[in-house]
Design a protein. Sequence first.
Length: 310
Amino acid sequence: MNTTKIRVGSRASELALVQTNWVINELKKFFPAYEYEIIEIKTIGDKILDKTLDKIGGKGLFVKEIEAALLEKKIDFAVHSMKDVPTEMVDELMIGAITKREDVRDILISKNNIDLDQLPQNARIGTSSLRRAAQLLNYRPDLRIEPIRGNIQTRMKKMDTMNLDGVILAAAGINRMGCENKISQHIHNDICTPAVGQGALGIQIRTNDPLIQSMIWKLNDSVTEYAVKAERSFMRELKGGCHVPVGAFAYIENDRVYMNAMIGEIDGKKIIRLKDDCKLEDCEKMGIKMAIEGLTKGGKEILENMERND
């Protein structure tokens, strides 16, 4: 690392750059003497927009090129949306900090600013997420799910270009982009369990870089860290990725971790919902335990069926 300049890896999308600039501005409060340079990295996931993520290999496609730049020391750390970070990574890399979580919920932006219950029969809803699609169809089987990809602005425009009744997005991204006024409904977590890590930013570093590690740790939010660790251990044990409708949301109350999770069929006809709580230090054990419970309650068959149909 240059002693005066820190190079920060980021996806090139507008939202990613907003998130990366936020991290840099927070770091400047503690380390104003450094110069910070953003290195924009185009990932395969950003380049291939005509296929859904499950068809091109899953969410690791949003981080692979950035991780390569980190390993090759072209950047000093990277800023990711935690929901894009695979639960397994090479030994030379680690998540050095997880920032305080934004709103974790999914939101609906609809044509006439109406909510899910008011949407017309057979309404066409845009989302690229199998998790969202499964839960929406479970709640309202008449909905017609249309796959859409692209950045937030692109997906909102597709309401017009594809004549959609609405689109489902993450509240966190909408809030960070200052588009809160577009939201028609915040969807309750009981209807749509969020993605693992949704709303949190992860700062990825090399494991053998104590200086960067000590700097980045200043931005770690322990409450979010415990919650995201629980969620990621659930996902890791399931060995699920983008091609499986899986969600998990953990939160902390009175020094305990509470988590809701789901495994679903793509058509929404079967959703396994799980709930548990534990002491803070047992957060990852709980995630594993809930995954095993989900598999025994029918999740194993769901995953096996999806693998056969891939």
